[in-house]
Design a protein around this ligand. Structure first.
Ligand SMILES: [Cu+2]
Length: 118
């Protein structure tokens, strides 16, 4: 009498395993097809995307999610935000290809870059 029960258990386990694998594949497919985000969140003294790659013409928005003020300043003087308080945002449209390093002028150790590629 134990044999049919064992077979049923095995089949159930196989079904659960394949269902798990299918949901994993679905999650991976979803992540791969998501459009690249053009929003950089500032939190805990960090730009959450250290190297954001976008196409020319993209408007990138920085949002200060931190509880202290920050700025977004291009090292080459291409863009410069005012002091952003909590919840404030700054946007810049990158017309040309290039590599744009930036930092927070209040906390210069906060650095990141935007890479614009056609
Ligand atoms: Cu800062």
């Amino acid at each position: 009498m134990t044999r049919p029960f064992k077979m049923l258990t095995f089949q159930a386990a196989t079904l659960v395993t394949s269902a798990l694998m299918m949901s994993t594949v679905a999650a991976m497919t979803k992540a791969a097809s998501a459009p690249p985000p053009d929003v950089v969140h500032i939190g805990n003294f960090t730009f959450n995307q250290s190297a954001l790659t976008v196409h020319p013409g993209t408007t990138v928005t920085w949002v200060n999610d931190d509880d202290i003020p920050h700025t977004v300043v291009s090292k080459d003087g291409v863009f410069k935000s005012k002091v952003l308080d909590t919840g404030e945002r700054f946007s810049f449209t990158f017309a040309k290809a290039g590599q744009f390093a930036y930092f927070c002028s209040i906390h210069p150790h906060m650095t990141a870059q935007v890479i614009v590629k056609a």
